[in-house]
Design a protein around this ligand. Structure first.
Ligand SMILES: NC(=O)c1ccc[n+]([C@@H]2O[C@H](COP(=O)([O-])OP(=O)(O)OC[C@H]3O[C@@H](n4cnc5c(N)ncnc54)[C@H](O)[C@@H]3O)[C@@H](O)[C@H]2O)c1
Ligand SMILES: [Zn+2]
Length: 328
């Protein structure tokens, strides 16, 4: 069982007890929490431990935790002995609605997030909402940002539902009769089923992430993934108002929704756009440089851009959108 130390302390012992009747041996392998530890160095330590424990190819890795734990454990499972079975047990809202599905795994390097990794589908995904009981309130917002993203890319009704129930969604307790957990997971699963290797439609799940990833890194992770994605959706939404039929009214609807969910609605004033540049995947062959973004055409639908689902955006247009959002 691989997971960050926080989750392992809270839930590892109980899980080990549940697993013992099913396995020859169960070993808990915690690693330090946080993006700063989603690295090759951590992966190596975990792999050395697995080798010490003599996990063989019949073994199974159970990924327990949030998106970081799943990304780490999943990548270990993808390469250990050229690939072993993996079960995802997501414990954060973000991981339950998003990261546990789709098989993307990966690590950060100083040059960017998730640059080293593999697509390795889990053999089983078990979403148990009881884990959310211990999730700190601040972490709920991260999952809510991805839920809003799912609504923005594929399901306008879901956005309406989130708007109407924002007050109940912002934190624990989880209410099974009152939470679109499954609906969000289904959206992701359906899109991944159509395009597992992200050659087309799956790219629309990158909405908010081109700017979001760069922001997360430029802020030294002081803005976490969910908050960065929330701001990324606004900046990229602003770009969309100039390049697609996405309207300013829809952008303002998105902003109001994010605000109700306690998510940020304005890029931090101390961060100029240039701070993002080292972390943006720039196509420098084009004059002045350009970016590729998944952009909405309206709430619930994305620009197909000739089935690439990635619109070419001149760097200057992204800069302008950032400045407009910072001044909004
Ligand atoms: N592979 C994918 O498809 C995919 C999709 C989205 C995000 N991600 C990745 O996921 C990461 C973000 O995921 P995250 O927000 O879950 O981060 P995380 O894994 O760091 O979890 C957030 C925090 O909550 C704690 N936590 C998690 N579950 C808990 C619980 N039940 N009780 C108490 N504390 C708990 C963790 O210890 C951590 O401190 C990013 O690295 C992102 O790149 C991957
Ligand atoms: Zn994300």
């Amino acid at each position: 069982v691989i997971g960050d130390a926080t989750v392992m302390d809270l839930h590892g012992a109980e899980l080990a007890q549940q697993l013992r009747p099913l396995a020859r041996a169960v070993t808990l392998i915690p690693f330090p929490p946080g993006e700063a530890h989603k690295t090759r160095a951590t992966k190596e330590q975990i792999e050395d431990r697995l080798l010490e424990e003599k996990l063989d190819r019949q073994g199974c890795i159970v990924a327990l935790g949030g998106g970081i734990s799943l990304d780490m454990a999943g990548f270990v499972a993808a390469t250990y002995m050229r690939g072993v079975a993996c079960v995802n047990l997501p414990t954060s809202l973000l991981a339950q609605v998003d990261a546990c599905i789709g098989g993307k795994t990966g690590l950060n390097t100083e040059r960017g997030k998730n640059l080293i990794g593999a697509v390795h589908q889990p053999d089983l995904v078990l979403v148990d909402p009881h884990y959310l009981d211990t999730l700190p309130r601040a972490q709920w917002a991260c999952g809510l940002a991805e839920m809003v993203k799912h609504a923005m890319v594929a399901d306008e009704d879901l956005l309406g539902w989130i708007e109407a129930h924002a007050g109940e969604l912002v934190g624990p307790p989880y209410r099974s009769d009152h939470h679109p957990l499954l609906r969000c997971a289904r959206i992701k699963a359906e899109i991944v089923q159509q395009d597992e290797l992200e050659t087309g439609r799956r790219r629309l799940l990158n909405y908010g992430h081109t700017v979001g990833h760069a922001l997360e890194l430029a802020s030294g992770h002081s803005l976490d993934h969910g908050r960065s994605v929330a701001l990324g959706m606004l900046v990229e939404g602003r770009v969309a108002t100039t390049l697609t039929s996405f309207s300013v009214d829809e952008l303002e609807r998105l902003r109001r929704c994010l605000a109700r969910l306690d998510l940020p609605t304005r890029p931090p004033s101390e961060l100029p756009f240039d701070a993002l540049l080292p972390y943006l995947a720039l196509d420098k062959k084009r004059q002045g440089g350009s970016l590729r973004m998944a952009l909405p055409v309206r709430v619930g639908a994305m620009a197909a851009a000739h089935d690439t689902f990635a619109v070419t955006v001149p760097l200057e247009q992204a800069r302008q959108a950032w400045q407009d959002e910072a001044a909004s």
